[in-house]
Structure formats: C-alpha cells, structure tokens
Design a protein around this ligand. Structure first.
Ligand code: XUL
Ligand code: MN
Length: 345
C-alpha cells in the first residue's frame, strides 16, 4: 500500500456554467484567474489545459505571439505555486473539426488537425509541460459506413507519430471514451489505446489517462482498466468521477453513484503506489446545473474529500482477513468484509 501523498489537478472546464444540450448557461463565466484562485483554495496544485485554455486565440495569432502568451501563462502559474499538468489539442470545437480531426473525411481538415496538434505541443513546451492528452472526441462515426475503420486506425497512429515527432520531450496520454459526441469512437478503451501506442514510433512515450465515467460507458470496471494500465507502467493521469449507468457522460462527483467502485479505483492506485510516480489525480467532474454560482466548486471539494476518505479505507483495509477469505475460497465472507469495512463497523 502507498504511503505517499497525492497531487491533485483541475481543468478550467470543471468549473462550468451549467449549460446542457437542452438549456443555456445558468451561471456566469468564471474567469481563468478565478479558476486558479479556486484551485489554490481547494488544494489543487496541477492545472490541466486545452491548448486554447492556455492561449485563447491560438488559431489567429502568429507563432511568436502564441509562444509569448504561453510563456506569460507559465509565469502566472509559477507566481501562484501551480504547475501545468497537460495540454490537450481541442479539435472538437473548431469548425474544421466538425467531422473529427485526424479521421475527418476532408483531407484539409486532417491537415489542420495535425498542424493544430503540433501547435499544442509548442504551447505545452512553452508552458514547461511535456504531457499531451489526446481525447479523440469526434474520431469516430455517427453513421458507421461514413468512415473506414481500417483507414481510421492508421490515421490515428499517424497522428500519434506526428505528435511524437514534434518534440522528443513530449509524452502522450490517450484518454479513451467509447461514445459522445460520436456514436462509436475509434479508440474506445485502454486496450485500444495501448495497442495503438505499442505500434507507434516510440511506444515508451505513449500511455493513457483513464476517466472513470468513460470506462463505465464502455461497460468496464474503471479499477480493472487502471490495473491493466498500471501493470504496463502506462497510467500517466486519471480523471476520477462517476457515472450512473449507460447514458450521457455525467461527470458526477467521485463516488456519487458507486462508492464501492470508487473505493476499488483508489485501492488499485494505492496497490501500485501511483502517488509515488508523481502523476496527478484529476477529477473530471461537473457542477450540477442547479448549483448556485457561489457554491459552484463544491463538486471538486467533495470529490477530493471522498478520494482522501477512500485512501484511508484502502490503507486500513483488513488485508489479513481478506487473504484468509480468499485462501478459504469463501467469497461471501470476503464480500461481507468489504461491505462492513466500507460501512464502518
Ligand atoms: C471529455 C473529457 C475531456 C477531456 C479533456 O469527455 O473527458 O474533458 O478530459 O479534453
Ligand atoms: Mn476527462
């Protein structure tokens, strides 16, 4: 079991405006500086960026200005004792990415996606950050026959190689998600991500970011996905949250739907001594739409508090009794041991 302390991270999108596909924003925009203040108040050290969170107008600015703005952001973080965790190229909001980026059916859009990804690498390096997160948002289909999955796999591999070639310093953490906004995504699970990484030009520089809700949406147990990546030394970040069954990506508070599932995620991180790797624990959680602006960071505070309580639960788990149950092949007794431990006898 681990005995090291964890480092926590936050993305500006985690303090949202409460808009959903059926209604407009219900809270005012929180400025980026206020996000940084909230991070400090909540005890989060790492900041996660989309490329245009770091440099908002990067599509229109000349390269020198992009670098200058990224360097200014680096100083802003350093002044506050914060560090950048990763940069993710945001391909899914731009008009060129309407049909996906790397796997778009439009060759001009594919070129744009690769160029934008290289720019994201420049931004990351100027921020002093070497981790690129690849969430393949629209790399998939709504109409299955609209793209060729063999070609799409090759295009995804090319994109990984283009990012790796952009700098020998960067590492890529692929964040798989099986659906939303697409019906079927091309890299739906950790197995797909690691298989693709192993075929890349430099497999040592390709790992994964696991989001609990994304694993659940793929019908998988997030702790097993984490275990699979940890066994390969490839778990480079996590987006802990929760998900109430197979529906839209809910980004609920960590443990809110399945506390035992959350415990098992923490336990596997503890078993691998994830904290000692220096990798961050992020919570990709959304404030509820009904939340008033003055309490719109409570979901982050609760997620962190639940995580830390579950670390305690993992560290005090009755391992000897559990081992005895397993040796006796008495899994009912093991079930009861786990439930009583979580309930706090
Ligand atoms: C989307 C998602 C993203 C990524 C970063 O479901 O999880 O927020 O984590 O782009
Ligand atoms: Mn995420």
């Amino acid at each position: 079991m681990g005995d090291t302390t964890y480092r926590f991270s936050i993305g500006p999108w985690n303090i949202g405006r409460g808009a959903d596909p059926f209604g407009p924003a219900v809270r005012p925009q929180v400025s980026f500086d206020d996000v940084l203040d909230a991070a400090i108040a909540l005890g989060f050290e790492g900041i996660q960026f989309h490329d245009d969170d770091a440099v908002p107008d990067l599509e229109t600015l000349p390269p020198a200005r992009i670098m200058a703005e990224a360097e200014a952001m680096k100083r802003k973080l350093a002044d506050r004792g914060l560090v950048p965790e990763f940069v993710a190229p945001r391909l899914w909001e731009h008009a060129n990415g309407i049909d996906g980026g790397y796997t778009s059916n439009d060759p001009a859009a594919r070129t744009w996606a690769l160029e934008r990804s290289k720019r994201a690498v420049d931004v990351a390096l100027a921020l002093g950050c070497e981790l690129i997160v690849m969430w393949p948002a629209r790399e998939g289909t709504a109409v299955r026959e609209s793209k060729n999955p063999i070609m799409a796999s090759a295009q995804m591999l090319d994109a990984i190689n283009v990012i790796l070639a952009a700098s020998p310093q960067v590492r890529i953490a692929i964040e798989p998600k099986p659906n939303e906004p697409v019906d079927h995504a091309f890299i739906p699970t950790i197995g797909h991500a690691l298989a693709l990484g192993s075929r890349s030009a430099d497999p040592a520089r390709v790992g994964v970011l696991i989001e609990s809700a994304h694993a659940i949406l793929a019908g998988l147990d997030p702790s097993d996905e984490m275990g699979f990546a940890l066994a390969a030394g490839k778990l480079w970040s996590v987006h802990l949250n929760d998900q109430n069954g197979l529906k839209f990506d809910q980004d609920k508070v960590f443990g809110a739907a399945n506390l035992r599932g959350a415990f098992n995620q923490v336990r596997v991180l503890e078993q691998a001594n994830y904290a000692a790797s220096g990798a961050f624990v992020g919570f990709d959680v959304k404030a509820q739409r009904t939340q008033k602006p003055e309490a719109a960071t409570a979901h982050l505070a609760t997620s962190k508090a639940v995580f830390l309580k579950l670390v305690e639960k993992a560290r005090t788990f009755p391992e000897k009794i559990a081992a005895q149950c397993i040796a006796n092949r008495d899994y009912e007794a093991l079930e009861r041991t786990v439930l009583e431990h979580l309930l706090g006898r």
